[in-house]
Write a protein that binds this ligand. Sequence first.
Ligand SMILES: Cc1cc2nc3c(=O)[nH]c(=O)nc-3n(C[C@H](O)[C@H](O)[C@H](O)COP(=O)(O)OP(=O)(O)OC[C@H]3O[C@@H](n4cnc5c(N)ncnc54)[C@H](O)[C@@H]3O)c2cc1C
Length: 282
Amino acid sequence: MSKSCAATRVSDHNAWLPTEFRIVARRNELADVFTLELAGPEPFRFAPGQFNMLYVPGFGEAAISISSDSDRPERFQHTIRVVGNVTRRLQKFSSGDRLFLRGPFGTGWPIDRCPSRDVVIACGGLGLAPLRPVIYYLLHRRSQFGAIHLLYGARTPRDLLYAEEFAVWQSQGIEVRVTIDRGDESWRGAIGVVTQLMKPLRWRPESTMVLTCGPEVMMRFVAQEALAQQVRPDHVFLSMERNMNCAVGWCGHCQLGPSFVCKDGPVYTYAQIEPFLYVEDL
Ligand SMILES: Cc1cc2nc3c(=O)[nH]c(=O)nc-3n(C[C@H](O)[C@H](O)[C@H](O)COP(=O)(O)OP(=O)(O)OC[C@H]3O[C@@H](n4cnc5c(N)ncnc54)[C@H](O)[C@@H]3O)c2cc1C
């Protein structure tokens, strides 16, 4: 792996100790997705791409990415899809309630180490949540990077996350392209998979990094297309998801090949993860 572009690693401070945070805002994003904004006694510092373990006493913990601006640590956000025990309970929380969390955990996206490059962000569905901090980071430092592309896919127009921010990002220097699987009568945009949005880009493969998050099959195709465009395998970054428990590499729940997603990931280079990406049910 190139040293200049390795994924960020942050120490596990207070790894076992849940800390109480106040919910200062709550917002419905999609039919089954909502965002909680939290504040604590001190600023909460994290790297884009890291996650927290949100803890509801009596219900359990869930790994949830931090989806807000890392340059504004006084408040931070989690965007959550309702799927099971903990997230169903979290859905009932509103402004003024308190919740516990451990974190931040995991490797972040390596953006701080790769100035002057072009950046291609290719994501699907809720995969935009852990990449939104990257977008804010790049926008705050826009002049330090080359072309920045956000390629985003969702099932239908109603499944587009943070859609109201797209025009703002575009006006601030990010090329935003969106595609969906199934249109409706009002949809005038692209229909198809995210990789179709990759092909027409003007690639400078030697100085491009690709960041991808979403369904694993989508990330595999994104990585293959990036490689077909001659991007180096250690400049393609994927955020992996596995069922998680301790978040500090002890319990083994999130083992992926020889690594643990909680502490060695969730962000890996394609060069690191490629041998395990194609093993069924790993
Ligand atoms: C690093 C990381 C970041 C994540 N970020 C987010 C995020 O930003 N927003 C968000 O909504 N979700 C995120 N997730 C997924 C979230 O952690 C799971 O959906 C979590 O299990 C929800 O907890 P629950 O108790 O509500 O559901 P559970 O009752 O735990 O699970 C419901 C079902 O999903 C299955 N499942 C649980 N976790 C996973 C998993 N990781 N992969 C595949 N199947 C699983 C369970 O086996 C069960 O069938 C992230 C996961 C990881 C590992």
